[in-house]
Design a protein. Structure first.
Length: 216
C-alpha cells in the first residue's frame, strides 16, 4: 500500500522543508552538498531503508555478491535505499541493482558514494543520488556491516523509518516522529510564499510583504 503522505511531501520543495524544520528547532538534518541527484529534474522522497558497509581487502568475490544480492532482496517496496558505504572507491549502485530495485517498487537510492552505469539508470528512471561516478564495483572489495540500523552521513543521523526528501537544491532527512508536522507546515508555508510572491508581483514592497505575511 502506497503511503498517502508521499504525494503531499513530493509537492513540497526542499528549501521550504529546511525552513520549516529550522523553525521547529531541529538541527543537523541537511545532507552534505557532495550528495547530488543523477537527474536534477527529479524529486526523491520516502522512508529510509538504511545500509552501512566497508571495504574489505581480499574479500571473497562470491561472498561479496551473495551479501550484495541479499541487500537487494531485503530492501522493501515504497522505501528509499539509503547507504553509508564508508568509501569513495567502488560504485554502490549500477545497472542490474537499479533494475532490481525499480521492479520491486523501491522509490530510489541515496548513497554517500559512487554510482555507475549512469546512462542506463537515467533511462530507467530510478532516482539515484551519489557523490561521483566510477566503473569499479563491489566484487571482492565491499561488504555490508549493518542493515536497518541508524547511519550517519556527515552530521546527519538517519534512523530506519526516517524520511529523506531531495530535489535540485539538495536533500534533507526528516525524523519519523516529526514527519506529519513537517508536511503540514511545509504545505502551509508554500501557500504563504505564494501569497508573498503574488503581492510582490502586484507591486508591494518586499519588506511590507514580509511584515504582512511573516515570511520571505
Amino acid at each position: 500500500m502506497i503511503d498517502p503522505r508521499l504525494d503531499r511531501l513530493r509537492s513540497c520543495y526542499t528549501s521550504v522543508l529546511h525552513d520549516v524544520m529550522r523553525a521547529m528547532g531541529l538541527r543537523d538534518f541537511t545532507l552534505p552538498p557532495r550528495l547530488r541527484p543523477l537527474d536534477p529534474e527529479g524529486v526523491l522522497t520516502g522512508p529510509a531503508f538504511t545500509i552501512e558497509g566497508r571495504i574489505v581487502e581480499g574479500a571473497d568475490a562470491h561472498q561479496t555478491l551473495l551479501e550484495w544480492t541479499g541487500l537487494l532482496s531485503k530492501c522493501p517496496a515504497g522505501h528509499v535505499w539509503v547507504a553509508q558505504p564508508n568509501n569513495q572507491i567502488v560504485a554502490q549502485m549500477g545497472e542490474l541493482s537499479a533494475e532490481t530495485l525499480h521492479r520491486k517498487g523501491v522509490l530510489g537510492v541515496v548513497t554517500d558514494g559512487a554510482l555507475r552505469d549512469t546512462n542506463f539508470i537515467l533511462r530507467l528512471g530510478l532516482p539515484c543520488w551519489g557523490t561521483h561516478y566510477t566503473p569499479r564495483d563491489v566484487v571482492g572489495l565491499w561488504l555490508p556491516t549493518a542493515v536497518g540500523e541508524s547511519i550517519r552521513i556527515e552530521d546527519v543521523t538517519i534512523h530506519p523509518g526516517d524520511w529523506v526528501h531531495g530535489d535540485r537544491d539538495g536533500m534533507v532527512a526528516i525524523p519519523a516522529a516529526h514527519l506529519d508536522e513537517v508536511i503540514e507546515k511545509g504545505v502551509t508555508a508554500m501557500a504563504t510564499e505564494s501569497k508573498v510572491r503574488r503581492a510582490i508581483l502586484d507591486g508591494m514592497d518586499p519588506q511590507d510583504a514580509y511584515l504582512k505575511y511573516g515570511k520571505f
